[in-house]
Write a protein that binds this ligand. Structure first.
Ligand code: ADP
Length: 179
């Protein structure tokens, strides 16, 4: 793994790393996509570049995805077997259902993983890039939703929070160390 530190959290099913999600050999990496599913900047662009043109072709056949929902494709040239594309909310101040939509992204992605028999899944920090969701609030929400999901599920073996920037990594490290 490139430029990353990794350690197991107390319950052993949540892992935190700092690094590039496209390098992770998990069953599925989650893409912070846009509604078109046709690629974009940030982590979306990095995933499409690393996966190759087959990913775009399969995404085209899906025909888009509403905010808060998720869709699954194969991983093509990625080390991950599948990509789960979810569309995070654009942050407009917090009074437009952003938190519920962001929670739905994490829940829908995990449910799709379970429905497809997947055991290991890695998330980027959805919506905290160009979509402008405040990083601290997003990290609290992501951890709470994942913990709640895992409490009711025995099939997922590992959820990786893959932070690209140090600010997000520090936030997750602090929250995961204290709860
Ligand atoms: P959004 O539109 O949902 O905000 P972005 O891609 O702009 O999506 O940002 C989401 C998060 O993904 C940001 O925290 C950004 O630092 C992170 N990110 C960007 N590239 C990568 C990558 N290769 N691996 C993991 N995370 C990444």
């Amino acid at each position: 793994m490139i430029n990353s530190s990794s350690y197991a959290m107390p319950d052993n099913r949540i892992e935190l790393i700092q690094g590039d999600i496209t390098k992770l050999a998990v069953d599925a990496i989650v893409n912070a996509a846009n509604q078109s599913l046709l690629g974009g900047g940030g982590v979306d662009g990095a995933i499409h570049r690393a996966a190759g043109p087959g990913l775009l072709e399969e995404c085209r056949s899906i025909g888009g995805c509403p905010t808060g929902e998720a869709r699954i494709t194969r991983g093509y040239n990625l080390p991950a077997k599948f990509v789960i594309h979810t569309v995070g909310p654009v942050y407009h101040g917090g009074k437009y259902g952003e938190a519920e939509k962001l929670a739905s992204c994490y829940r829908s992605s995990l449910k799709l993983a379970v429905d497809n028999g997947l055991k290991t899944i890695a998330f980027p920090n959805i919506s905290t890039g160009v979509y402008g969701y405040p990083k601290e609030e997003a990290s609290q929400l992501a951890i709470a939703v994942v913990k709640q999901f895992l409490a009711g599920d025995e099939t997922i073996e590992k959820v990786v929070f893959c932070c690209f920037d140090h600010e997000n990594y520090s936030l997750y490290h602090r929250l995961l160390s204290t709860c």
